[in-house]
Design a protein around this ligand. Structure first.
Ligand code: PXG
Length: 294
């Protein structure tokens, strides 16, 4: 059992088979908590500071006090990777409201819990990056900005799970979620971009989408490459008639979307702008100034 993953829970490490939380934890009972999904590449934790900052913003919005400083939390992530001797990893950092009673009042939860899982990434099978993936617009609307908005990276992901169920049911790889007015918000766990006449477009976070760390990199890359980048509401029609479309996210990085609701996007193959951004993204993740050394 020595080679079991070591999971960080509240300052201690436990082997994966013994890493457990209480059934009274409000993260489990109510999805009351926040999280981050982070990648490490070749001994560098990509944009760790940005992830920690976003975690604190999410926690602030739900009045959850993270019981460590940002710096201590950063060190805890790095320690967890060292403990597991991992240079490449998919890290799940979770802060749950902690143990309370069977009522939903968070005041009954005196001590939030911090959990860090440094696992290996389960790269999507097949050649998604070469041929692109398929998507469907799901009937499951993204939560409104005045509801359990995905601007907060909370543990309440049922909205995304329901979108994914629809994608599965229709045999598509991913779902695209519309916001309550019908504008495009994002994927279930990805931001979405389109390319039209050489211009790159993406929806604003006021659609209730997460401020993606990968999408932020794409915005910077567009500036560097002199590509016009416009943040604006996108209609489903604009997606269906785009020249190119792609998803961005920590897990999938940059992936072309070749088909939406059975309509090919452009010529149904990864387009030149998407491919350029995919190549540039690989250079960004390898650059030591974009990561924290393990
Ligand atoms: N939107 C949502 C709702 C997300 O959860 C992204 C966009 C992309 O953001 P980043 O910062 O990663 O570029 C996310 C994050 C999964 C999975 O299993 C993916 C995320 C979260 C949880 C699970 O694919 N992506």
């Amino acid at each position: 059992m020595n080679n079991e993953l070591q999971i960080y829970i509240d300052g201690n490490f436990y082997p994966k088979s013994e890493a457990k939380i209480s059934v009274y934890d409000h993260g489990f009972l109510y999805g009351d908590g926040v999280f981050e999904g982070i990648r490490a590449y070749n001994g560098l934790v990509f944009k760790l500071k940005e992830h920690i900052n976003r975690l604190y913003r999410s926690a602030h919005a739900i009045m959850l006090n993270i019981p460590l400083t940002k710096q201590a939390l950063e060190e805890a992530v790095v320690d967890t990777l060292r403990k597991n001797q991992m240079k490449d990893s998919y890290i799940r950092l979770i802060v749950s409201r902690g143990v309370g009673d069977l009522g939903l009042d968070p005041r009954k939860c005196p001590k939030p819990s911090i959990i860090i899982i440094a696992d290996t990434i389960n790269i999507k099978a097949g050649n998604a990056k070469d041929v692109g993936i398929t998507a469907v617009f799901t009937w499951v609307r993204r939560n409104a900005v005045d509801a359990a908005t995905h601007e907060i990276k909370s543990l309440n992901y049922l909205n995304s799970v329901m979108g994914k169920i629809e994608a599965n049911a229709y045999g598509a790889d991913e779902a695209i979620c519309l916001e309550p007015n019908g504008y495009v918000a994002e994927g279930v766990g990805e931001n979405v971009f389109i390319v039209k006449n050489g211009e790159v477009l993406t929806p604003p976070n006021s659609t209730g989408s997460l401020e993606g760390i990968t999408s932020e990199v794409i915005v910077e890359l567009c500036k560097k490459l002199n590509l016009k980048l416009t943040v604006t509401n996108l209609t489903p029609f604009m997606v269906l008639t785009a020249d190119e479309a792609f998803f961005t996210g920590t897990a999938m990085e940059v992936v072309p979307i070749c088909e939406v609701n059975k309509r090919p996007i452009g010529d149904g193959k990864p387009g030149p702008v998407t491919q350029k951004l995919m190549t540039e993204f690989q250079q960004i993740i390898a650059d030591p100034k974009n990561g924290t050394k393990i």
